[in-house]
Design a protein around this ligand. Structure first.
Ligand code: ADP
Ligand code: MG
Ligand code: ZN
Length: 486
């Protein structure tokens, strides 16, 4: 008898480690700036020398409270630190100071959009911990290297580990969530995505049977054997690793094999996950309270911190206040810096024109050059001036885009200088503008023909403008101007 086909769903839960942007480490005064030389930003505390005592960095707590608030999490009155014990060369003290059963944030949620649909994922907890050091394997990978170097500059850098509920139903959702999480963290000013190693992801994946309605009950979730994929460091990496892992598990199930509960390593260069250790071999971390740090009273911090306008709220306000489309508002709030830049230009001008110039032209040209808005933050005045030149019809859109904007970005010149030096205003803006307007008003038939698709009609109108300006206008500019107006 053929067995009925059971419905199955991919279930994913994440443990995301984010580096909190602070000047100094979480338990000592060492700098968190990346250093050229290994082991130059260390001290007895972050090297775990006997007798050295940790002192909690307030900036890290403040950042954690901000994150918790932005994630709608519960922040308890009191939180505490624990020691997680294990032996590994990247861990000089042989234990990591982290949080265990009393994390600083619990029960949060984060909303995000995926393919136009709104989704929300539960945040089980988010806690503070210190980063271990970093290992450099020489002459091979982790299992084949000739020798390994260790650098403790990272040891003690503040991290926040954000643990989600197993609410994801596919790799695309994970990618969208990670973008949103990063966006929120950057808006809070506690995270720098461009920093190496600032985001590290462990992803748990299982294939779970669903009931008739595609629902999954908790018992099924807990019973499912899952794998934990480690060593993921980007959104795209997460999506690829999880797509691979989902397929690998589906194939195994199809062949009648049982999924082993295990830790797997994402091998980015080969695009596969490989088994590292089984659940049975998982270490017992012997957590116990960190006696060198007293319990932390967090309740007073909550009222002290300020939360800036977050991406969703800013997006909505942009739509209302500046009358922007959903797409334009999304683009213009993609980072806090872009949003600030846009508001800088929009404050001087027609917000719609400013939106076109920042969202379409400027971001497009920056992207093409692999530049970020932060690279031109000090040029707000120049961009504003460029939009002004267009708004006042002093230059054509084509010249603004192809000559002025590109000259500004490639050569760092200022827009007025470019207009002067390239003679872009040479057609005596106003006179040509007037002639163009006149030609349109006086030749409704030609305009109608052109709009009906007769391109010859445009030549006629160009001729009219040339005549009216006594031939002083540039036919190409006139052509362009007419097209814009029509
Ligand atoms: P552990 O106690 O082994 O660390 P937790 O229950 O704390 O496991 O969960 C760790 C992570 O595993 C969380 O991100 C959670 O969302 C995820 N997770 C739990 N159950 C599943 C499942 N069935 N499939 C995928 N991920 C899961
Ligand atoms: Mg963990
Ligand atoms: Zn130190």
């Amino acid at each position: 008898m053929a067995q009925a086909q059971r419905e199955r769903a991919v279930v994913i839960g994440l443990e995301v480690h984010v580096q909190l942007e602070t000047d100094t480490k979480i338990f000592c005064d060492c700098s968190t700036e990346p250093a050229e030389e290994p082991n130059t930003q260390t001290c007895p505390v972050c090297l775990g020398l006997p007798g050295a005592l940790p002192v909690l960095n307030e900036a890290a707590v403040e950042a954690a409270v901000k994150v918790g608030t932005a994630l709608d999490a519960t922040i308890p009155e009191e939180t505490r630190f624990h020691r997680k014990n294990y032996y590994y060369p990247d861990l000089p003290k042989n234990f990591q100071i982290t949080q265990y059963d009393e994390p600083i944030c619990q029960d949060g949620r984060l909303e995000f959009s995926v393919e136009g649909e709104r989704r929300a994922v539960g945040i089980r907890r988010a806690h503070l911990e210190e980063d271990p050091g970093s290992l450099r394997h020489r002459g091979g990978s982790i299992d084949t290297a000739d020798y390994t170097l260790v650098d403790y500059n990272r040891a003690g850098v503040p991290l926040m580990e954000v643990v989600t509920e197993p609410d994801f139903r596919g790799p695309d959702e994970v990618r969208a969530f990670l973008s949103k999480l990063e966006e929120v963290l950057e808006y809070l000013g506690v995270f720098d995505a461009s920093r190496d190693g600032s985001l590290r992801i462990d992803a748990n994946l299982s294939i779970v049977e669903t009931d008739g309605d595609g629902e999954i009950d908790t018992a099924q979730l807990d019973a499912a054997n899952r794998t934990e994929v480690k060593n993921i460091s980007s959104h795209k990496g997460a999506q690829k690793a999880l797509a691979y892992e989902a397929q690998r598990q589906k194939n195994a199930i199809k062949r009648g094999k049982e999924i082993q509960q295990e830790t797997r390593h994402w091998d980015e260069s080969r695009g596969i996950t490989v088994s590292m250790r089984s659940k049975e071999a998982e270490k017992d971390y012997r957590y116990f309270p960190e006696a060198d740090l007293p319990p932390l009273q967090v309740s007073d911090w909550k009222s002290r911190i300020e939360i800036p306008e977050l991406p969703d709220a800013r997006r909505e306000r942009f739509r209302q206040e500046y009358d922007l489309s959903v797409e334009a508002a999304d683009k213009l709030t993609s980072t806090k810096q872009v949003a600030d830049f846009y508001e800088g230009v929009a404050g001087e001008f027609d917000p719609t024109l400013a939106a076109t110039w920042v969202a379409d032209e400027l971001l497009g040209e920056l992207n093409y050059r692999d530049m970020l808005i932060t690279d031109i933050e000090d040029r707000l005045d120049d961009v504003t001036r460029l939009v002004e030149l267009v708004a006042e019809n002093q230059i054509t859109v084509k010249n603004a885009r192809e000559v002025v904007l590109r000259g500004m970005l490639d050569e760092g010149r200022d827009p007025d200088a470019i207009v002067d030096e390239e003679g872009l205003g040479k057609t005596g803006g106003d006179e040509v503008q007037t002639a163009v307007q006149q030609a349109i008003e006086e030749n409704p038939d030609a305009v109608a023909d052109y709009r009906a698709g007769e391109s010859g009609a445009l030549n006629f109108l160009v001729g009219q403008v040339m005549q009216a300006t006594g031939g002083s206008a540039d036919p190409a500019d006139v052509n362009e101007l007419l097209r814009e107006r029509l």
